[in-house]
Design a protein around this ligand. Structure first.
Ligand code: NCD
Length: 310
C-alpha cells in the first residue's frame, strides 16, 4: 500500500490506514536496528537534509541515524551554522536546498506552521515536521503509538492520560489526534493555566486533578514544562509547587492500572514533572520510546521517499 501523503506535517490528517501503515513499516525496520550491522541499501542515492532551527537531541539524532541506516546521504543544518544568521529567509534557505536536489527536508522550527508553509512552497522536496513551535510533533506521536501498541497489543479502547504543560506541548496535540483516530480515550491534565480552551472539542477529556486523570489509566504520558515558549514561565508559581501537585510519583502512580506504562518524550526534568523513582522504575518505557523513534523515522523517510511495499 502506498502512503497517501507527500509531506508529513500533522497527525490530524492521518487516517487509521495511514497510521497502521507507518506502524507496520516501523516494526519491520526495528529488526534492522537490532542487527550487528545496522545498514540496508533501501534509500541509497536519496538525500535528506535535517534543518533544525531549535535544539534537539533525540529527534535530530534519530532522523540522522534513520537516514544513515538506510544508506541515504544525510546532512544536518542548524540555524546557528546556516545563513539564517546572515538574514536569509526560511523560504530562500529551503529553495536553495531543493535546488541541490534534496529529496526530503526534515524541519524543526520554533514557529507553528513553518513546515506547512515550506511544504506549500517547495515543488519537489517532501517536508517532515520534526516539531513546530507549540503546534505538532507528528513523528513523536508515531513512536508513542508504536510503543503503546507493543505493550498493549492494541490502541483501541485504551485510556491514555497526558499530563503537564498541555498548552505548549506539540507532543500532546499530535498524540491526541492520532490516539483518537485509533480509538483510544485521551485524558489531558494539568493546571488550569496550562489547559487551553477547546480541548474537549478535539475529543479529549480534560482534568485539573492529576489523580482523577491517572485513575485506571493504561498509559501515562508526562510532559515537560515548556519554559522556553512564550508565556511559559508565567503559567506556574514555582517549580516546587508544580511538582507537589502535578508530578508523577510512586504514590499517585498506584491509582493507574497495575500494568500501566509510563512514557515521556524527553528531555526529563527529574523532580519536576516526574520523580526519578518512577522514571527509572519497572513501568517506565521511556528508553523504549527512544529506540522506537529510530524505527519510526526510518519508516517515515522510506514511505515519503516513495517506498510502499514494506
Ligand atoms: C519534545 C519536543 O521537542 O517537542 N521532545 C522531543 O522531541 N523528544 C518535548 C519537549 O521538548 O519537552
Amino acid at each position: 500500500m502506498a502512503f497517501a501523503h507527500k509531506h508529513f506535517i500533522s497527525t490530524k490528517v492521518l487516517s487509521r490506514e495511514d497510521i497502521d501503515l507507518i506502524l507496520t513499516t516501523a516494526q519491520s525496520f526495528k529488526e534492522i536496528n537490532q542487527r550487528d550491522i545496522k545498514k540496508v541499501p533501501t534509500l541509497r542515492g536519496k538525500s535528506i537534509i535535517n534543518l533544525f532551527y531549535e535544539n534537539s537531541t533525540r529527534t535530530r539524532t534519530s532522523f540522522e541515524l534513520a537516514g544513515k541506516r538506510m544508506s541515504a546521504d544525510t546532512i544536518n543544518i542548524t540555524s546557528a551554522s546556516s545563513s539564517v544568521t546572515k538574514g536569509e529567509t526560511l523560504e530562500d534557505t529551503a529553495k536553495n536546498i531543493e535546488a541541490m536536489d534534496a529529496d526530503i527536508i526534515v524541519m524543526r522550527h520554533p514557529a507553528s506552521g513553518a513546515p506547512d508553509y515550506l511544504a506549500k512552497r517547495l515543488s519537489r522536496c517532501a517536508v517532515i515536521n520534526a516539531g513546530d513551535g507549540a503546534h505538532e510533533h507528528p513523528s513523536q506521536a508515531m513512536l508513542d503509538l508504536m510503543t503503546i501498541k507493543e505493550h498493549k497489543g492494541t490502541l483501541e479502547g485504551l485510556t491514555v492520560a497526558i499530563i503537564g504543560d498541555i498548552a505548549r506541548s506539540r507532543v500532546a496535540r499530535s498524540d491526541l489526534y492520532a490516539l483518537r483516530t485509533m480509538g483510544a480515550t485521551v485524558r489531558l491534565a494539568g493546571p488550569a493555566t496550562m489547559l487551553p480552551p477547546g480541548l474537549d472539542k478535539l475529543g479529549a477529556e480534560v482534568y485539573t486533578d492529576i489523580n482523577a486523570a491517572i485513575k485506571d489509566a493504561d498509559v501515562i504520558i508526562m510532559l515537560r514544562i515548556q519554559l522556553e515558549r512564550e508565556g511559559g514561565s508565567k503559567l506556574l508559581p514555582t517549580k516546587r509547587e508544580y511538582a507537589q501537585f502535578f508530578a508523577l510519583n510512586p504514590g499517585n502512580l498506584k491509582l493507574a492500572k497495575p500494568d500501566a506504562i509510563i512514557m515521556h518524550p524527553g528531555p526529563l526534568n527529574r523532580g519536576v514533572e516526574i520523580s526519578s523513582y518512577v522514571a527509572d522504575g519497572k513501568q517506565s518505557v521511556i528508553l523504549e520510546q527512544v529506540e522506537n523513534g529510530v524505527a519510526v523515522r526510518m519508516a517515515l523517510l522510506y514511505l515519503l521517499a516513495g517506498g510502499n511495499d514494506a
